[in-house]
Design a protein around this ligand. Structure first.
Ligand code: X2X
Length: 340
């Protein structure tokens, strides 16, 4: 009798599961989440939070393991999106810069001086532009869930304080492997050299390059002042949001309840990640910048006039890339920024 009862209960449980199409018992032991940098960079912290919240809220049904250093694609960050689409990577917290070779619209966030402040960045990611970007990513073969943040990218170097494009003449700067960066730094008169993040770190250590551009959180976690990067210019020329995505087949394998949990965990982890990424850099709290200055680093803040000189020299790059990205999307973004 007990046996029969158990059989009936099991049958009922199976019938319930059958209506959802996905079965929790078919889940993989581990889902591989790609990032470029680990904790304690805010990027890695956001990914870890996602894993933590997901494990907690699914009672361990979904177990995310972080693979930093884009190691699942041998450190080549520009191939990450393709690997997600193909299922080599299950999930990622990735940069719009690194995916822009496959999704041209993501170059929007790299348009020079489009976003003057955090409110402008938020007006894009949290508004109609963000929704449109998510539709585009979905059409390209990944399921986007939420936004996080690498941050505003500031330029640093070992040679000279940068206040004008003339100061950049001949400076050998590492830039990411996305063509718009080459175009921008060439327009400014610098000597850009594209390399992966994996190659950038030794290049900075050995002095093979004079400088680089990255958010100050990256600068400070790596103690770049010890690598001779003693000149920092705060120009906020581009900001680099991060996006949580899942491979579509992996996404479909989850029950609707677990999909909701995974999405909400990404939203919450993203909000936390944004908070961490801005700490010491916004409003009344400038402690991160003060700390950098405290190491004897020359931190230059551009006047409006000085900034305008950079806007002017990069304007042809902006105009050319606006056409490639899609003028309608860029118009929408300009509107969102203007109305922020
Ligand atoms: O390579 C970089 O500069 C980094 C770590 O910021 C990105 O992955 C975009």
């Amino acid at each position: 009798m007990q046996f029969l009862k158990t059989m009936i209960a099991a049958g009922a449980a199976l019938a319930t599961l059958g209506t959802t199409g996905a079965h929790a018992q078919d889940y993989k032991d581990e889902y591989r989440v790609s990032t470029v940098v680990p904790a304690p960079f805010p990027w890695g912290i956001a990914a870890e939070k996602w894993a933590e919240l997901t494990a907690e809220r699914t009672d361990g049904r979904i177990n995310l393991k972080i693979y930093p250093g884009v190691q699942l694609v041998q450190g080549d960050q520009t191939r990450e999106f393709t690997a997600i689409r193909q299922g080599v990577i299950d999930m990622a917290v990735g940069s719009t810069i690194n995916w822009s070779p496959q999704i041209v619209e993501l170059n929007l966030f790299s348009l020079p001086f489009l976003m003057p402040d955090y409110a402008a960045l938020d007006s894009l990611t949290q508004g109609p532009v963000g929704e449109k970007i998510f539709e585009i990513i979905e059409a390209k073969g990944a399921v986007p869930l939420a936004w996080a943040e690498n941050g505003f990218r500031e330029v640093t170097n070992s040679k000279t304080p940068i206040r004008s494009p003339a100061d950049m003449k001949g400076l050998k700067l590492r830039v990411v492997g996305s063509p718009i960066y080459n175009d921008m730094f060439t327009a400014m008169g610098a000597n850009p050299t594209q390399m992966s993040w994996a190659d950038a770190q030794p290049a900075l250590t050995t002095g093979a390059v004079d400088g680089q551009e990255n958010p100050l959180t990256i600068y400070s976690v790596l103690n770049m002042h010890e690598l001779g990067q003693t000149n920092v210019t705060l120009w906020g020329y581009v900001a680099d949001p991060l996006i949580f995505v899942v491979n579509p087949a992996v996404w479909e394998s989850f029950t609707p309840e677990d999909q909701d949990i995974l999405r909400q965990a990404a939203v919450d982890a993203g909000a936390y990640g944004v908070e961490v990424a801005r700490k010491g850099l916004t409003g009344g709290d400038q402690t991160l910048i003060d700390d950098i200055r405290g190491h004897g680093v020359e931190v230059v803040t551009l006047t409006d006039e000085e900034r305008q000189a950079f806007v002017d020299v990069t304007r042809p790059v902006y105009d050319a890339w606006k056409v490639k990205i899609g003028p309608d999307l860029v118009d929408m973004a300009e509107q969102s920024v203007a109305n922020r």
